[in-house]
Design a protein around this ligand. Structure first.
Ligand SMILES: [Zn+2]
Length: 455
């Protein structure tokens, strides 16, 4: 058996999104993730390009988690000839279908504006789901030719996984995205201490989180202050993980009577579907939460909570008298139902807009954090008089210190770290720290670069 493998960094190299790596051993080709590149527009042209490999030649696609920048091009891969197996955890499999359907609509809408065809249709999604198999953390899966792999919890979103490949007594780990242990629902990422090669994310490779930020207490203060002013609390939220984290926290605060009982609206059809999937897979929660869910506790149900279905109802929420909490997508205020609510809420000095996640440059959310007092939404000029608060304690990624510590646990066995899935400055900073502090070879591969490893 030849002790050699090649890793091709086709996507997610030199950039955060578009995760797509190919592992080639002899004549076998295995893909890790097949994600959408997300930039200023949903319909980035690069997503329509031909794959740099023949999809029919790929034996297996291994998926780390259900975020669209890791799964968003899978239906196109299938459309273009892929007939191998798709493998992920069962939770990732369950989240993937609603995520892909939602993304299909956004892509079609954006593509139309640029005079392009949609990237894929519903049949392509169904065909992908037919090739898909769900498995669990910790189960070794044989691929043949001495190669096997195992999924480990990465603590990022429900079902998210790191992939550890093994061959010839050596190990190669693709981290996918790794959580920093801030989710009230998930267990922290597994510790993998014996990797020989690491292909690792670096979204926050150059940032350290403020450890003083006690998420639940700050959320409690913000709710209390807004209700005291008789205002409304609007939270633009991401549909997967952040929304469920917040619902669980608000439920806890209301049950413990730490905040007043006011109506809570989830105004996002996707977030509603994702929450339903969360309820079906309690085995992917951390131990304590899993036991509570398996004991019959409904983690995302409480009397004040209402899931809003249709767009008609969405338009009536802000008109309802009294204080309320509204969670609506999109998370960066780039579109979605949150826009309608922002037009009403932003000029209201009694109300609060709460930003809970990373806001890309150029997004409306970013301008609001930066203190803009006049913004344009849907062609209308809107004055900003409400309070704008931020709460980053629920971040779903490890920060620079945690990433370095993650690498540190494998130092005795590590031969090389490939730092990917970050902005170039962020990846370069982390690679430098790995070299300087840990004395391990660390590189930042560029898009389409390849690396040969002894494996
Ligand atoms: Zn992710």
């Amino acid at each position: 058996m030849e002790n050699k493998a090649t890793i091709y960094f086709y996507g997610g190299a030199g950039t955060v999104t578009g995760s797509n790596f190919l592992l080639e051993i002899g004549s076998e080709k295995i893909l890790i993730d097949c994600g959408l590149t997300q930039g200023q527009h949903t319909a980035e042209a690069v997503n329509w390009e031909k794959f740099p490999y023949d999809p029919a030649s790929i034996k297996m696609l291994i998926v780390t988690h259900a975020h669209i920048d890791h799964i968003g091009r899978i239906p196109k891969l299938v459309h273009d000839g892929f007939r191998g197996k798709i493998i992920s955890t069962q939770a990732t499999q369950a989240l993937a279908e609603p995520m892909l359907l939602d993304s299909m609509e956004l892509l079609a809408h954006d593509a139309q504006k640029h005079g392009k065809e949609g990237l894929y249709n519903e049949d392509d999604i169904q065909n992908a789901m037919k090739l898909w198999e769900g498995t669990v953390y910790g189960k070794k899966i044989d691929i043949g030719d001495g190669l096997s792999f195992t999924f480990f919890n990465s603590g990022h979103i429900l079902g998210s996984a790191m992939v550890r490949f093994e061959r010839n007594g050596k190990s190669l780990v693709f981290t996918g995205d790794i959580g920093g242990g801030n989710s009230p629902l998930l267990a922290p990422a597994s510790v993998l201490s014996d990797a020989n090669y690491l292909v690792m994310e670096s979204v926050y490779g150059d940032r350290v989180r403020n450890k003083d930020e006690d998420s639940r207490e700050k959320l409690e203060d913000i709710i209390e202050n807004t209700v005291t002013r008789r205002g409304t609390l609007l939270i633009p939220a991401f549909s997967t993980e952040r929304t469920q984290d917040l619902l669980f926290e608000i439920r806890t605060l209301m049950m413990q009577k730490r905040v007043p009982s006011v109506p809570v609206f989830v105004d996002s059809p996707l977030a509603t579907k994702i929450t339903q999937a969360y309820v079906k897979y309690p085995q992917y929660f951390g131990d304590e939460i899993r036991k509570r869910a398996e004991g019959g506790e409904s983690l995302f149900a409480f009397p004040e909570l209402h899931f809003v279905d249709d767009a008609q109802e969405s338009r009536t929420i802000m008109g309802k008298a009294g204080s309320k909490i509204v969670i609506a997508g999109s998370g960066m205020s780039n579109g979605g139902r949150v826009h309608g609510h922002e037009q009403t809420l932003l000029p209201d000095s009694k109300s609060t807009l709460l930003i809970v996640g990373y806001q890309a440059a150029g997004s409306l959310g970013r301008r609001l954090i930066e203190g803009d007092k006049h913004v344009r939404i849907g062609g209308k000029e809107v004055r900003v008089a409400c309070k704008v608060e931020t709460l980053y304690g629920y971040s779903a990624h490890m920060d620079s210190e945690q990433l370095l510590e993650f690498v540190n646990t494998s130092v005795p066995t590590l031969k090389q770290v490939f730092v990917v899935m970050g902005e170039p400055a962020s990846s370069a900073f982390l690679a430098q720290r790995i070299r300087d502090y840990l004395g391990v070879k660390a590189t930042t591969p560029e898009a389409a670069e390849k690396a040969e490893i002894d494996f």
